[in-house]
Design a protein around this ligand. Structure first.
Ligand code: NCD
Length: 305
């Protein structure tokens, strides 16, 4: 039985297969409409979520399966002091697969060790968010036609943003990816992430101003400042509006650059950018459903001919 804790749990070849399956689902959704009939997905969310939880639920419903779960720690027995290990032992009796989000780094991993059903990490603290990465890879592959040979600018909260940490690890396995990290001093990418790139011989630069690098980018990956991971409100307030992508800054970009964002957006992308054809963050949401459908089929070992 397989779990998904990190995007690296799949080899590059397995990822290619998963993305191909997601693409087939996009083209022929009817083929998959009953693939998970009689199966149940549990969503165990100890931290807020809109997209990730609902896209997992939409994915399982699109496959003809059933869903149940909780959307906050307060509404589960965690509020009474139940451990993640005990909860998952019990959920294993109710469901066939589960997706877990938790504020503590490593909590889904702890769950996977005692679980008798596949556990999917749906975000653990500032650590990893592998299913957002699968979404991002499918978006890049579908819209740019390749996973490699591009310059990607990752902008915003690179210190606490788990989507960035997962995506950088995943992209580090492809060829000719040039990383530009755009952040204020306080929110720079952690050293252990730079080591991943050094080990893979991939080039990167760190800059503070988005305007300085905009013309070079094939992909701009914007992120929100992660308020919930700050120790004090003052620092958050000082940094929250450091970057605001607007129409004026978009004039500096290539005609075929794409702007991605894992969402939720706060102020970092002005709504006036939404109508720019290069803004693909809402398309990304749709890709997230296809790729989660592909993931559920893969982990449940359901084959559709
Ligand atoms: C991200 C997350 O939860 O890390 N959201 C998501 O799952 N799409 C990004 C964020 O919260 O900023």
């Amino acid at each position: 039985m397989r779990h998904l804790m990190s995007p690296l749990d799949f080899s590059v070849e397995e990822l290619d297969e998963l993305l191909a399956l997601a693409h087939d689902i996009e083209l022929h959704p009817e083929k998959y409409a009953h693939a998970c009939e009689g199966k149940k997905l549990a969503t165990l969310f100890y931290e807020p979520s809109t997209r990730t939880r609902l896209s997992f639920e939409a994915a399982m419903l699109n496959l003809g399966g059933n869903i149940f779960g909780f959307s906050s720690a307060a509404s589960s027995s965690a509020a009474k002091g139940e451990s993640v290990s005990d909860t998952i032992r019990m959920i294993s009796c109710y469901a066939d697969i589960c997706a877990m989000r938790h504020p503590k780094e490593g909590a889904p991993m702890v769950a996977s060790r005692v679980s008798s059903i596949p556990v999917i990490n749906a975000g653990d603290g500032g650590h990893q968010h592998p299913t957002q990465t699968l979404t991002d890879l499918l978006t890049i592959h579908s819209l740019k036609g390749r996973l490699g040979n591009f310059t990607i600018g990752l902008c915003g909260d690179l210190k606490f943003g788990r989507t960035v940490h997962s995506l950088v690890r995943a992209l580090a396995r492809y060829k000719n990816v040039n990383f530009i990290f755009i952040s204020p001093e306080e929110l720079r990418i952690p050293d252990y992430m730079k080591e991943v790139l050094d080990e893979n011989g991939l080039p990167y630069r760190e800059v503070e101003r988005i305007e300085d690098v905009m013309p070079e980018l094939d992909i701009l990956y914007m992120t929100r400042v992660q308020r919930e991971r700050f120790f004090n409100e003052e620092d958050y307030v000082r940094l929250k509006d450091f970057y605001i992508l607007n129409k004026k800054k978009m004039t500096l970009a290539k005609k075929d650059m794409i702007v991605m964002h894992p969402l939720p957006r706060v102020n970092e992308i002005s709504v006036e950018v939404d109508s720019d054809p290069r803004a693909v963050y809402f398309k990304q949401v749709q890709y997230g459903v296809y790729v989660r459908m592909a993931l559920i089929l893969t982990l449940l070992e359901v084959k559709v001919c």
